[in-house]
Design a protein around this ligand. Sequence first.
Ligand SMILES: Nc1ncnc2c1ncn2[C@@H]1O[C@H](COP(=O)(O)OP(=O)(O)OP(=O)(O)O)[C@@H](O)[C@H]1O
Ligand SMILES: [Mg+2]
Length: 260
Amino acid sequence: MRALIDTMQGVDAGHLLHGQQISVDRVRMRYATGTTALEDVTLSVARGEFVAIVGPSGCGKSTLLRLAAGLERPTAGSVALGTSSAAFIFQDPTLLPWRSVRKNVALLTQLAKLPKDERERRVDAAVEAVGLTAFAKQLPRALSGGMRMRVSLARALALEPEVMLLDEPFGALDELTRDEMQSQLLELHRRAEFTAMLVTHSVSEAVYLADRVVVMSARPGRISGVVEVGLPRDRDAAIRFDPRFVARVSEVSALLHGRG
Ligand SMILES: Nc1ncnc2c1ncn2[C@@H]1O[C@H](COP(=O)(O)OP(=O)(O)OP(=O)(O)O)[C@@H](O)[C@H]1O
Ligand SMILES: [Mg+2]
């Protein structure tokens, strides 16, 4: 089974500046197949910051996330992660079908060898945080797609990670569920204060969630622009009608379509 969320290891924290949590410095990523996925990518994420990454399919977004997680090594340049406590959330929630919601959430805390009462506290808090307490004993097949994604989020939250790396976590959800999940993620970020790097295809999702939106161009992926969102952190769904929100969405779209 592919590790769903891994406690990251092997990423050098050596050259992080004060307040930095993730640093990607002049990175090139060339796969053994000969594909150059990233070229000269430099990006720094501050502790507690929420950064969203958008860009065309195949531009290297997942590659960038995997590099940040230490799941890949760059061909050139360097990557530093300022913590060993990071959780990776894949697009597909990959739950174990024979384990209940609660036991799926508990899985990685068991691997982390925490004391039992601490484990139980975290698992209960995480299940509660995603609103699934009433479903804790159900099996994944009894859940909707959105609920399964919430189990996946809870599984990451139970690790109480300092860094969350999310690769299109809501891509497969319908719009209503997606909006709900976005609000929930914002709320969790406000409470738990982790650093987040989230890949998405949705410009409005990026602007709604992030402090900064990084826009990438097609292969080999480069950063074509960065947009400071500059909206208050305690935003709610109504902010989508705010002229500033609309302006940021246009800015990101223009960069995405090469009109930046
Ligand atoms: N393990 C791999 N081995 C070889 N090539 C790879 C590997 N992973 C990704 N690539 C290539 O690197 C490029 C970037 O892939 P990546 O998955 O990072 O893009 P992406 O921006 O996440 O795309 P999408 O939006 O479709 O998920 C693509 O051309 C892909 O074919
Ligand atoms: Mg991808």
